[in-house]
Design a protein around this ligand. Sequence first.
Ligand SMILES: NC(=O)c1ccc[n+]([C@@H]2O[C@H](COP(=O)([O-])OP(=O)(O)OC[C@H]3O[C@@H](n4cnc5c(N)ncnc54)[C@H](OP(=O)(O)O)[C@@H]3O)[C@@H](O)[C@H]2O)c1
Length: 246
Amino acid sequence: MTKIIDRVTIVTGASRGIGRAVAEQLAEAGCMVVAAARAQHAEETVATILASGGRAELASLDVTEPDAVRNLVSDVVKRLGRIDVLVANAGIARDQLLLRLQRKDWDDVLATNLTAVFTCVQAVLRPMIRQRFGRIITISSVVGQMGNAGQASYAASKAGLIGFTKAVAKEVASRGVTANVVAPGLIDTDMTRALGSEGRDNWQSLVPLGRMGTPADVAHAVRFLASDEASYITGQVVGVNGGMYM
Ligand SMILES: NC(=O)c1ccc[n+]([C@@H]2O[C@H](COP(=O)([O-])OP(=O)(O)OC[C@H]3O[C@@H](n4cnc5c(N)ncnc54)[C@H](OP(=O)(O)O)[C@@H]3O)[C@@H](O)[C@H]2O)c1
C-alpha cells in the first residue's frame, strides 16, 4: 500500500460515501486528516480513524461559506504547521430536465460543486506555494466528461472543475504543487442510491466492468495522486468508472 507519511490533509465532504473512504485511506497511509463536513457530520469518520490508530480531527465546515473555508485553512496551518493535501470532494446533485430546472437548483449546484472548490483551492494555495509542496485533488465526475440527460447543472459544474484544475496545475507547477482530477463513474453511495434501482441498473448497463464502483475504488486513486509516487503527474483526469468512459 502507498505510504504517505506525515502529510497534513483536508478532505471536504468526509462524512460519508467517497469522502469518508478517502479520509480513512489517507489516514491509513499515514496522513493527518482533517475530516470536514457540515455540522459535526464527519464525527463517525474521525472516530473510525482514531480507533484504528490513525490521526484525524473533525472540522465543521460548509464549503459554500468562503470565510469558514479560509478560517479552517489558516487554523490548520497555524496549529499543524502546514497543509499538504486538499481533496475537494464535497458535492451535490439536483437532477432535473433542463426545461424544468429551477435557477435556484442551478445556483446551488454550481455554488457547492464549482465555486466552493475555487474557494478551497485558493485558500490552500499560498501556504502550499510557500512550503513548495502541495497536492490538490478535485473530485469531478464521468458526467462532466460525457454529459447526462437531467444533469445539466451537475455536468456543467463537474466539467468546469476539469478546466479549473488544469488551469491551477499550470499556474503552480513550478512551485512543487500538483493539481489533478479524479472523475468517478457510478459509485455506490447515498448520491446514487437516490437514483432508485431502475436508475442504477440503467447506469450499470453502461459499465464494461459490469459492476458499480465502491468508494474505496475512488479512494485508491486519490491516495496514489496524494503520494510521492505521483510527483510527476499534474493536470490529469483520472477516470475511476469501470470503463464507462474511455
Ligand atoms: N457517487 C457517485 O456515483 C459519484 C460519481 C461521480 C462523482 N461523484 C462526486 O463525488 C463526490 C462525493 O460524492 P458521494 O457520492 O460520496 O456523495 P454523498 O454520499 O452524497 O456525500 C456528499 C458529501 O458532500 C458533503 N457536502 C455536501 N454539501 C456540502 C457543503 N455545502 N459543505 C460541506 N460538505 C458538503 C456531504 O456532507 P454533509 O454530511 O455535510 O451533507 C457529504 O459528506 C461529489 O463531489 C460527487 O459529485 C460521485
